[in-house]
Design a protein around this ligand. Structure first.
Ligand SMILES: Cc1ncc(COP(=O)(O)O)c(C=O)c1O
Length: 393
């Protein structure tokens, strides 16, 4: 981030804070869309629920996995037919709330026979026909087995209550291996053939989450252009031609976000330097960080190029010896009041932490609009309030 922007933000809003930049997000989405050509993009809301509104017109679908995510999309004005109501547990009251609404319906995924039944019963009760995608399991608790999918298609493909569109598949995140992608796409393609051979059903759609990787640490490298073109070639050469939607979370959201935390104390102990920041691991979680040994992309501001370099351990504000954000980081002239800007933190980093530990605050969340102005999407929130009943509050 630009140094003067960081200093302006820190004058007006309390650290720690997350900052999501609309311009960076728009650039990222437009790069991804141009590389994927005609393939539709579905944004997995879990990656960052704060940017849903910013994506309202630039992606085709939003994958939603909880009542909370559904309400965020609703309040952000996302058209309901753009939602894919997904997830391993579909809270019956939330699903019923969706059915009870007037007007259009979202797409639903079914991850079990029981989920398909829940959706079917509600479709019957509310007199609605729903679009359904069957999630194929990759061998864990998510999705249905091949045999269960065949069974549902046999029983329900002609139902008046369902329009079965096809399959959803997602086997995990940060998958850089093209060989693994090839294996998975071939297996899905073979399964589509099996479905047709055994039931006569032709899938119209495949919603595929490749687990598109993002690099977080300075020592990593990744040829993104090549990855996307190889992925497109693999999808293109499937024997079963379906409409494809790519589900993406971190690949869309990561680069628009920064986490700003202030150095609040410094000390040396047994030949190690420690800088304590007002944030910590409860608010900043990196996929693949290992005991704080890897160096994430970060800036320390203001820059003090002329000063001498020391090696620092950057520690958060929790009472836990594990609360170390980076170990052995060389920094020039670090002092109390400096701001550490952890870059590329727009996806998952802010939601996967142990936010309630020590009853510290939830960080401020700012959106920098396309015109450069900052608005508070969430004020810093004192989590101790969550411990009190309404009466006490
Ligand atoms: C079904 C599904 N689709 C898409 C995603 C997004 O994954 P990623 O952030 O790796 O793109 C997830 C993440 O957990 C998911 O569960």
């Amino acid at each position: 981030m630009k140094e003067n922007l960081v200093s302006e933000l820190c004058k007006s809003f309390p650290t720690p804070m997350y900052v999501f930049e609309e311009k960076k997000l728009a650039e990222r989405v437009s790069y991804i869309k141009s590389r994927f050509g005609g393939i539709k993009i579905c944004y997995a809301v879990k990656a960052n629920p704060f940017i849903v509104k910013l994506l309202s017109s630039s992606v085709s679908r939003f994958e939603v996995c909880s009542g909370g995510e559904y309400h965020i999309c609703n309040e952000s004005g996302i058209d309901i037919e753009k939602l894919v109501i997904s997830g391993v547990y579909k809270t019956p009251s939330v699903i019923e709330e969706i059915f009870a609404r007037d007007g259009d319906m979202p797409i639903f995924t079914a991850e079990s026979a029981r989920q398909a039944e829940l959706i079917e019963n509600l479709a019957e009760k509310y007199g609605k026909r729903v679009r359904l995608i069957l999630r194929l399991s990759s061998g864990n608790q998510f999705g249905l087995s091949e045999n269960d999918i065949i069974d549902i298609i046999r029983k329900k493909a002609d139902s008046k209550l369902f329009e079965i569109l096809g399959l959803q598949y997602y086997s995990g995140t940060q998958k850089a291996s093209l060989k693994r992608l090839k294996r998975e796409i071939t297996a899905i393609d073979d399964f589509l053939t099996r479905i047709y051979d055994e039931t006569g059903f032709t899938a119209r759609e495949l919603e595929f989450g490749p687990g598109f990787p993002v690099m977080y640490f300075s020592e990593e490298s990744f040829d993104e252009d090549n990855y996307i073109s190889e992925l497109c070639n693999m999808l293109d050469s499937m024997k079963n031609r379906t409409e494809i939607t790519i589900e993406l979370g971190r690949a869309l959201a990561a680069s628009c976000g920064s986490y700003l935390t202030k150095v609040v104390d410094t000390k040396s102990c047994r030949n190690e330097n420690y800088a304590i920041v007002d944030g910590g691991m409860h608010q900043l979680v990196y996929f693949g960080q290992s005991m704080a040994m890897r160096k994430p992309f970060l800036q320390v501001l203001p820059q003090k190029e002329e000063e001498s370099e020391s090696i620092w351990n950057i520690c958060g504000s929790l009472c836990s010896a594990n609360d170390i954000l980076v170990k052995q980081l060389p920094i020039k002239g670090l002092s109390v009041g400096d701001i550490m800007v952890f870059q590329n933190t727009g996806a998952y980093c802010m939601t996967e932490g142990i936010s309630l530990f020590l009853s510290r605050e939830l960080p401020t969340v700012l959106i920098i609009g396309a015109n450069g102005t900052a608005s508070e999407s969430r004020k810093q929130y004192e989590t101790y309030k969550l411990n009190m009943s309404d009466k006490i509050c």
